[in-house]
Write a protein that binds this ligand. Structure first.
Ligand code: PEP
Length: 254
C-alpha cells in the first residue's frame, strides 16, 4: 500500500508566532481526529523549520518540510539555503519545482534534477511538483509538458533513489485560483504519471509511488479527488493556512 499524504504549502505567509500556533493546532487536531494512516506534512518558511520540527519530534503522523533549497551543500551563494542546512534543523521533506519557483525564479528541469540530487543525498525526501499552464492545457500539450518535467527532473535517478520521491501534480491554472481540476481530469494525469514511472522503473516502483494532487483543493472537494485510484493525497496551499480547513482536508481520507 502506498503512503497517503496531505502536505500543506504555506508559501510566504504567516509570521513566526502565527505559524507556531497554527502548527500546534494542527498537531492537536490530527491527534484527536485523524483515525486513518495518512501522513501530514507542513512545508513552512525556512525560518520556522527548526521550531516546527521540534514540535513535530514525537508526532508519528506529522512532519515538516521546506519549500525549496539550493542545489549545492555549501558555498558562496549569498542568501541561499542548502538541503544540508534543512536536514540539520530536523525537517524531513523539501518541495521542489513548485510552479511559482519555475515561473518567478526561472527554475528549469535541469536545475531541479540537481536540487533533487541534493535533497536525496542529504536523506530528505523531495515533493516534486509538475503541472501544465492554462495555455499548455488548452493547446493539448499537457501530456508532453508533464512527461518532460518528470523525465528531465527525475529519470536520472535509480529505482531505489526514486523510491524516496513524492510527486505532486499541480495544474498551474488551478493553483490559488479556486478553479480545481475535476476528479476525472486529475485522475487522467495521475494515471499517465504512474504509467511513465512504470515504463522507466517498472510497475512495482510505480505502484509504490505517492502522487499528490494540488490546486485549489479544499475540505469540500478533497474527498472526491482523494477517492480516485491514482490520487494519493494533496498538496494544499490556501486551505493549509487555516488549521480547521487543513485538518478537514486530511480527514477526507478517514
Ligand atoms: C500550491 O501552492 O501548491 C497550491 C496547491 O495552492 P492552492 O491550494 O492555494 O491552490
Amino acid at each position: 500500500m502506498r503512503q497517503k499524504i496531505v502536505a500543506g504549502n504555506w508559501k510566504m505567509n504567516l509570521d513566526y508566532n502565527e505559524g507556531l500556533s497554527i502548527f500546534s493546532e494542527i498537531i492537536n487536531m490530527v491527534n484527536d481526529e485523524v483515525t486513518g494512516r495518512q501522513s501530514v506534512i507542513v512545508c513552512c518558511p525556512y525560518t520556522y523549520l527548526h521550531s516546527l520540527s521540534q514540535l513535530a519530534k514525537n508526532q508519528p503522523k506529522v512532519s515538516v518540510g521546506a519549500q525549496n533549497c539550493h542545489q549545492e551543500d555549501a558555498g558562496a551563494y549569498t542568501g541561499e539555503i542548502s538541503a544540508r542546512m534543512i536536514k540539520s534543523v530536523g525537517a524531513a521533506y523539501v518541495i521542489l519545482g513548485h510552479s511559482e519557483r519555475r515561473q518567478h525564479f526561472g527554475e528549469t528541469n535541469l536545475v531541479l534534477s540537481q536540487k533533487t540530487n541534493a535533497v536525496l543525498s542529504n536523506s530528505l525526501k523531495p515533493i516534486f511538483c509538475v503541472g501544465e499552464t492554462l495555455e499548455e492545457r488548452e493547446s493539448g500539450q499537457f501530456f508532453d509538458v508533464i512527461k518532460s518535467q518528470i523525465s528531465e527532473g527525475l529519470f536520472h535517478l535509480d529505482a531505489q533513489q526514486f523510491g524516496q520521491v513524492v510527486l505532486a501534480y499541480e495544474p498551474v491554472w488551478a493553483i490559488g485560483t479556486g478553479k480545481t481540476a475535476t476528479a476525472a481530469q486529475a485522475q487522467e494525469i495521475h494515471a499517465f504519471i504512474r504509467k511513465e514511472i512504470a515504463t522507466q522503473f517498472g510497475q512495482p516502483v510505480a505502484d509504490e509511488t505517492t502522487v499528490l494532487y494540488g490546486g485549489s483543493c479544499n475540505p469540500k472537494n478533497a474527498k472526491e479527488l482523494f477517492s480516485q485510484p491514482d490520487i494519493d493525497g494533496g498538496l494544499i496551499g490556501g486551505a493549509s493556512l487555516k488549521s480547521r480547513d487543513f485538518v478537514d482536508v486530511v480527514k477526507a481520507f478517514n
